[in-house]
Design a protein around this ligand. Structure first.
Ligand SMILES: [Zn+2]
Length: 202
């Protein structure tokens, strides 16, 4: 997984977006996976309370199971984007299967232009096949909210320590991460205090 992507890695994958250039004091808050009934309503409630918008990288399988949650995300003014249909690991999946899986998700959101590879794992061949149709979005700030070893406090610190202008921040919209999302509100509030604004314009 490209956890803390170094300049070295970024140099070799210029078609991937790790962080937004020339973004003044904007940051991009993103949520991977889901929609998930136990988690998505909570995230939406926090975002509504904080009056900010985010980008939700959704999984096709989950969209089909919980279409009402997708409607809730959209009606709150957030952006939805492609995180594949069945969350395949690009390193372990043939290019044909990988593209088909992404296309199956895309059929559920035909207007979408963004793709984020599950687990951040994608091959150079897959990138070259996808980059014309999609902006491929990675991240520069991983909250680590999914880690069993972390604590909510450390999740918050990870984000606050690493966020700068143009940062793309990842939280998760799944059950594994839910216990750590109790710091979502305070993390957002602290970022606001530091002068950051939240964008969904890619
Ligand atoms: Zn994912």
């Amino acid at each position: 997984m490209f956890v803390n992507p170094s300049k070295f890695i970024q140099y070799f994958f210029p078609s991937l977006v790790w962080r937004k250039e020339n973004s003044e004091n904007n940051v991009w808050l993103t949520f991977d996976d889901g929609p998930t009934p136990e988690v998505t309503p909570y995230i939406l409630q926090v975002l509504k309370h904080e009056k900010i918008k985010a980008t939700f990288f959704l999984v096709g399988e989950q969209i089909e199971k919980f279409p009402n949650l997708v409607n809730d995300i959209l009606s709150d003014g957030h952006l939805i984007a492609n995180h594949s249909y069945s969350h395949k690991n690009g390193w372990l999946t043939s290019k044909e299967k990988y593209l088909k899986d992404i296309e199956s998700c895309q059929e559920l959101m035909p207007q979408n232009k963004l793709f984020r590879p599950p687990h951040g794992k994608i091959t150079t061949v897959q990138i070259s096949l996808l980059k014309e149709k999609y902006k491929i979005i990675l991240w520069d700030v991983l909250s680590w909210d999914f880690s069993k070893k972390t604590t909510p406090k450390r999740v918050k610190q990870n984000v606050l320590k690493n966020t700068k202008n143009g940062s793309i921040i990842v939280f998760h919209n799944n059950q594994k991460s839910f216990r750590n999302l109790i710091v979502l509100t305070e993390t957002i509030q602290e970022l606001k205090k530091q002068g950051f604004r939240f964008s969904t314009t890619w």
